[in-house]
Each structure stands twice: as structure tokens, then as C-alpha cells.
Design a protein around this ligand. Structure first.
Ligand code: ARG
Length: 492
């Protein structure tokens, strides 16, 4: 295959392999190679429709493009001497159909609008896939929660036993976060779904391209409204990376729970062996390596986000080659999220929760003390701050039995709770963790009835998000099918 056809006019001299490697984007370009062929087809159809290209070169080029689409790009097109797949593919096409035909595809186009279009196309697919993985994870959390609405366990603040809750309430807290991640990705999708094609280098072109037509062929909602913005903007990539980083941050927190819960100290969960590794020296070890690597990947995605922002922030309008350095971070970030989320749902779905251990811990550390203070307020008329001081003093004395509580009341508030009618039976019933959960029945609370409402609401949201992903994917595939059909018609 010929050498880099783009350098031949203006520049001279061979370049070293090191230089070529430094400039090349071939690894990241593998992500967009297929999209690039679709972009070529749409551009060619547009050129032909506007009579910018004659029928003979259009047919020859389209036949070659369809052949590449059906059989894949040859490895040569990824040779680093071409710098990127766009140039490598053009060299291949010129080789194949001759320069008089092959040299006409790039009319009214630049690699700047080409690459931005390709990135947006691939990113749309990645967003849909991530939304679908998140939907599977959310379904797993919802289904697991549904069987644990009565599973009482301790909730923590500052990682200290705080108040009793249920496993369902705990898992649904994570589900809420993942459902927000989904909403963010759906919003980002609308901003990615805009076609730069026809913007050329940045100032568009004097060829009468129909940008609405090519945008529609490629399954975009519409063409970008300003050709300079279209080639220079990467905020769409930063936004999706940010969504991925936020989502991975939540995933990482859930992983941290699993690491903690699977220790001998806590013992709330047994992870399936598939998600664990052993030790090369300690034969007894079962380590939660998947959760640990996922926790670390969240850091890597945050790093990719930081890199993308930092690469972009100093760039004047319009295209700058720096932008090439951003793209691998985008793919690394979305890939980490797309790998992690399905594994996380597998890990949760196959985990064995030790509900007895959870129950045993639910009332530890005076975790129902708040409820006792609340009862002193509700049923005995004390001010909350007074009740808080009395119960706190009793805990300082090491017990919440009637005698200690009475001493504490006299000491800290100068009153008698016994005279108010407090009994040991009353205290016992109030300190039962099940009771503390049952009375927290207002909106958002852990009581089974309140959790049932949350389950129903989140199931509804999940169904809507699942339908969106399905419909969006189908519409996109439909557009690509039509594009290929149109292309075959031209080539025939
Ligand atoms: N490989 C380049 C990138 O990823 C494609 C655009 C090249 N444009 C240019 N003016 N050199 O950004």
C-alpha cells in the first residue's frame, strides 16, 4: 500500500518509527473503525445526492466501502505511518479504485468532522450498553431487596452502629444512586446525539452538502448548529466520562461494603467463590479481589475524567491535535464502567447474606437509643434535648435498664421517668430493633410498608429506562440498516 498520501504535497522526508508512533492514534481508532465506514457511506451518499460526485466514482467507492464493511478493514489501514485510521483507510481506497475515483471521497470533509462524528456514534452505543448494564444491576438490587424487607440489620454513620434498618432499605439506597446515574447518561445521550459531519475542518464547506440528510442516515437527531463548535467540542465526552466516574464511585462504595461485610469481623455476606481469589502462601484465604479491583477502577475512571478536562482546558478554537490524546481516556473510562457494572450485579446476585449475623448486630451499640429518646418525647412529654441528655447519660453509665435510666433522668434533668409511668417492659419493647424499624414508616423510611412504596417506584423507573435503551438501540440499528441498504443500492 502507498505511503501517507496527506504529507506528499506540503511535506517532505521520511519519518522515524518513533515519530510515527508518537503521532498515531491507531489503538483508539480501533474503537471507531466501523463507525468510520458508516460515516464514509453516508458522506458518499450525500455527495452523490447533491451531484457533487459522478456516478462512476461513487459506485466504485461504495462497492469498496461495502466490501470493507462486510469483511473488515485490512490491518494495513492501521499502519502507524498513516497516523490514523481515516488516512489509512483513504490510502487503501485510493490503492483499490485509483486516485481519480478514490481521491474524491474526502471532498467537503476533514478528519476533524470525521473523527468527531465517529466518536459520537460509538459513544452512543456505549451509553446505551451502559444503561442496559445498569438496568440489570438495578433489577438485581431490587429483586434482592424484595426478599429482605424484614431482614433487620444495623445501619452505620461514621461506620459506628447507628440505628437499625433493613437489608432492603440498604440495597435500595444503592439502587437509587444507580438510577440517577442512568438518568444522567440518558441526558448526556441527547447531547452526544448531534452530527458534526459537514463541518469539515471547522468552517464547513462550499460544497452544497445536505447535513440534515447525512445526520439522519447516521441515526443522529440533528446536525450540529455551528461547524466550529462541532469539531472543537469535547464537552460531550467529558460529560459522559463524568457520568461514568460518578457511577463508578457509587459502584466502588458498594464494593467497599462487600469487602467489609465479607470480613470475619463483620460476617454479613459470603461472596460466591467465582468473585474471589486465594493466596499463593496462605492456603485458607478467600479474598474479595473483584470488589477490590472494581474499587480501584473507580479511581482510574476519575483519572480519565481529570485527564480529559485537563487536556481540553487550554485549547483555543477550533480543532487542536491535543484532542486526539483525549479519546483513549474516553474509551478507557467507558470500558471500565461497562466491564464493572455487570460483574457487580453478578456479585450481588450470587452473594449469600447472613441474615442471622445482621440481626444479631442490629441492636448492638445502643443502636435503638434514639427510639427510647423519641418515646420519652412522644409518650412522656419531654423536650427532645432533655430526653437526648437522659438517654445519653444512661448509655454513659453502661445500660438502658429502668434503674439506670431513672438515675440518669434525676442526674441529668432532675426528673423521674418512673413517676411519669416508664416501666421495664416499655423499655424492652422500645429497644427491640424490629420496633425501631417498624415505626420508621414515613416516606423513604425502612419500615416494610415504606420500602414497598420505594420498590414499586423504582421498578417503574427501571421499566422506563429499560424501554428507552431498547427503543433507542432498535432505532439506531434501524438507521444503520437503512444506510447499508441505500449504500448497496448505489453500488449495484
Ligand atoms: N486522529 C485524529 C484525532 O483523533 C483525527 C483528526 C486529525 N485531524 C488533524 N487535523 N490532524 O483527533
Amino acid at each position: 500500500m502507498r505511503s501517507d498520501q496527506i504529507r506528499q504535497g506540503r511535506l517532505s522526508g521520511e519519518r522515524s518509527g518513533d515519530l510515527e508512533h508518537f503521532l498515531a492514534s491507531m489503538d483508539a481508532d480501533r474503537w471507531i473503525a466501523k463507525a468510520d465506514l458508516l460515516v464514509d457511506m453516508a458522506h458518499l451518499l450525500g455527495l452523490r445526492r447533491q451531484k457533487i460526485i459522478d456516478e462512476a466514482p461513487a459506485r466504485a467507492l461504495m462497492a469498496a466501502l461495502l466490501d470493507l464493511y462486510d469483511h473488515g478493514l485490512p490491518e494495513e489501514a492501521f499502519d502507524e505511518r498513516f497516523e490514523d485510521v481515516h488516512a489509512g483507510k483513504e490510502a487503501y481506497l485510493i490503492d483499490r479504485v485509483g486516485e481519480d475515483f478514490g481521491g474524491r471521497l474526502h471532498m467537503g470533509r476533514s478528519r476533524n468532522d470525521e473523527v468527531a462524528t465517529c466518536i459520537r456514534m460509538r459513544l452512543k452505543e456505549e451509553i446505551i450498553a451502559l444503561v442496559q448494564s445498569l438496568a440489570d444491576l438495578r433489577r438485581t438490587l431490587i429483586e434482592t431487596a424484595a426478599v429482605h424487607t424484614e431482614t433487620v440489620m444495623p445501619g452505620f454513620t461514621h461506620l459506628q452502629h447507628a440505628q437499625p434498618t433493613t437489608l432492603a432499605h440498604y440495597l435500595l439506597a444503592y439502587e437509587q444512586a444507580f438510577s440517577r446515574d442512568t438518568a444522567r447518561l440518558r441526558e448526556a445521550y441527547a447531547r452526544v446525539d448531534i452530527s458534526p459531519l459537514g463541518s469539515a475542518a471547522f468552517a464547513s464547506t462550499g460544497f452544497p452538502l445536505d447535513r440534515d440528510y447525512t445526520a439522519r442516515l447516521l441515526g443522529f437527531a440533528r446536525p450540529a448548529g455551528n461547524s466550529m463548535d462541532a469539531v472543537a467540542a469535547r464537552d460531550f465526552a467529558i460529560e459522559v466520562l463524568s457520568d461514568a466516574a460518578v457511577c463508578m464511585t457509587t459502584a466502588s462504595r458498594l464494593c467497599e461494603e462487600l469487602v467489609l461485610w465479607s470480613t470475619a469481623f463483620v460476617g454479613f455476606v459470603r461472596l460466591d467463590d467465582a468473585y474471589c481469589s486465594s493466596s499463593s502462601i496462605m492456603p485458607q484465604k478467600k479474598n474479595p479481589d473483584v470488589a477490590e479491583i472494581m474499587r480501584a477502577k473507580a479511581g482510574s475512571v476519575a483519572g480519565s475524567l481529570t485527564a480529559a478536562i485537563t487536556i481540553t482546558k487550554g485549547l483555543p478554537m477550533s480543532y487542536n491535535r491535543d484532542l486526539q490524546e483525549l479519546t483513549p481516556h474516553l474509551w478507557r473510562g467507558v470500558e471500565a464502567a461497562r466491564q464493572s457494572i455487570p460483574l457487580l450485579s453478578g456479585m450481588i446476585g450470587s452473594a449469600a447474606f447472613d441474615t442471622e449475623r445482621m440481626g444479631a448486630e442490629a441492636g448492638r451499640g445502643f443502636s435503638t437509643a434514639t427510639e427510647l429518646a423519641d418515646v420519652l418525647v412522644r409518650e412522656y412529654g419531654l423536650a427532645f434535648r432533655t430526653a437526648h441528655r437522659i438517654v445519653g447519660r444512661a448509655v454513659r453509665h453502661g445500660s438502658l435498664d429502668l434503674a439506670t435510666l431513672e438515675d440518669a433522668a434525676r442526674e441529668a434533668a432532675g426528673i423521674s421517668v418512673v413517676e411519669q409511668g416508664m416501666t421495664q417492659e416499655k423499655i424492652d419493647s422500645v429497644l427491640d430493633p424490629r420496633h425501631a424499624v417498624a415505626v420508621r414508616s414515613i416516606v423513604g423510611g425502612p419500615a416494610p410498608a415504606a420500602v414497598a412504596v420505594q420498590l414499586a417506584e423504582q421498578k417503574g423507573l427501571l421499566a422506563r429506562d429499560t424501554a428507552w435503551a431498547e427503543e433507542t438501540r432498535t432505532a439506531l440499528l434501524g438507521a444503520f440498516e437503512d444506510l447499508i441498504l441505500e449504500s448497496r443500492r448505489l453500488a449495484a
